[in-house]
Design a protein around this ligand. Sequence first.
Ligand SMILES: Nc1nc2c(ncn2[C@@H]2O[C@H](COP(=O)(O)OP(=O)(O)OP(=O)(O)O)[C@@H](O)[C@H]2O)c(=O)[nH]1
Ligand SMILES: [Mg+2]
Length: 314
Amino acid sequence: MALQVGIVGLSNAGKTTLFNALTNAGAEITAYATVSEKANVGMAPIADERLPKLAELVSARKVTPAAVRVVDVPGSGRQLLGGLREVDALLAVLNGWAADADPARDLETLELELLVADRDHVERRLERVEKQAKSGEAALRQEVEDLRALLEHLDEGRTLRDYPRELPSALEPLTTKPIVAVENGPVGVDLKLEAELAELPEDEAEAFREGPSALGTIAGRLFETLDLLSFFTVGDKETRAWTLRRGRTALDAAAEIHTDIAHGFIRAEVIRWDALVECGSHAEAARRGLMRLEGKAYEVEDGDVLNVRFSPPR
Ligand SMILES: Nc1nc2c(ncn2[C@@H]2O[C@H](COP(=O)(O)OP(=O)(O)OP(=O)(O)O)[C@@H](O)[C@H]2O)c(=O)[nH]1
Ligand SMILES: [Mg+2]
């Protein structure tokens, strides 16, 4: 399951512009607040300069970067924000380009809107569970009590993050998700330019930029915030980058590739990407004794090239 990121921001902050820059999906940008309630959903490839080097080794016919699923909802209304409850992280776009821009103030306003949306979410859940609890089931009665205590906490002007107890497990709050703030404008990231560059071939876009791609920087901050790493699978049919949470195992990595591969997992051949590039081929790497055989519990490291041996399903 690909990682999911939700774009949030006040009306007209540049959310859809960021969505287009990340996904090159060409969603409609308007100078007025969007009236449609349709979310934009797309895949954003994560650039990784190690990938083409690995692909070259095997003359891969297909090169597939890792990708995150990006969801962009118009405005910041409560119902709309509900569409973001399943994402892993939030990207907050702050207007830094308008004449009266005040990104710090906007971030505060946005955080407040997220909190209000979460309070609504808790209240609605409470109403629903109160009805169900009439059946007398103990677990439900307990949840009603927990939700009431939480609502009281929020109504004292406090946040979900500083709630001293564990949150009821059925909740899907927004304000406890990791949040990466992106200032849209001359000081932060020029998203309008990035969205235009996304439509150009990579080498032409590169020539326009002075430093590293702003989107690369955003992806880097997401990786840091979510504690992610990249691993690779290298083959002549397809060479591909994947993302995984730090601390996960070879078995988790296998499941990321395909559930059948995880089910039939026997061993993983592992080599660091730069060692493989230096050797020039898997055969040479094996000859030099640089390919390790690892089991299911092996903790995958950033830059690992994995080849999972598995018994196919019968
Ligand atoms: N000058 C300038 N204008 C920008 C920039 N980013 C976005 N805009 C403009 O701001 C307007 C709104 O951009 P959108 O990306 O549609 O904003 P949004 O946050 O998706 O808006 P809603 O979905 O309506 O909430 C458009 O007219 C954009 O062209 C920027 O970096 N500089
Ligand atoms: Mg929009």
